[in-house]
Design a protein around this ligand. Structure first.
Ligand code: GCU
Length: 143
């Protein structure tokens, strides 16, 4: 399956900002969500066919405590209180992967902070295309 990169700076952000003041990000920046439970970043993943997709979420957590978030697809939490472990500093990035089913058409992938620490910083999601390569996966602004 093809892999499609969906930059966080092109996603919808509730309670947060796009920044570029830490190194190592892809694209033009990353999303710094507010330190608040309920803050989220939401990507649109547009799939030509329904099926399984792996979402590789690139993030940074420069604090010691693990940050946790609910990952929801089309309004259903598919990974609750998912752990985003410390990366040691804000210039170091790691990946958390989730495999989930996507619908044909537009899918909303929302990652919502579940503690007052907020989300980690998000760089992008690499989404594999369901159906073995025939589909396309595009970011919000390309729809
Ligand atoms: C620091 C850091 C931000 C990060 C924030 C946080 O302010 O510079 O990039 O988002 O901590 O705690 O989430």
């Amino acid at each position: 399956a093809a892999t499609n990169r969906l930059e966080a700076e092109n996603a919808v952000v509730s309670q947060g900002v796009v920044e570029s003041n830490h190194a190592g990000y892809s694209g033009s920046g990353f999303v710094n969500g507010d330190n608040a439970s309920g803050s989220y970043t939401e990507w649109t993943v547009n799939a030509a066919t329904a099926g399984s997709s792996t979402l590789a979420i690139r993030y940074s957590n420069g604090t010691s405590p693990t940050r946790t978030a609910n990952v929801a697809v089309n309004g259903t939490v598919v990974s609750a209180n998912r752990a985003f472990n410390s990366t040691g500093n804000w210039d170091t990035w790691a990946t958390v992967s989730i495999t989930t089913n996507l619908n044909a058409g537009a899918n909303k992938v929302r990652i919502t902070a579940t503690t007052a620490d907020g989300n980690p910083n998000f760089d992008y999601i690499d989404a594999t295309t369901p159906g073995g390569g025939g589909g396309t996966v595009t970011a919000d602004q390309l729809l």
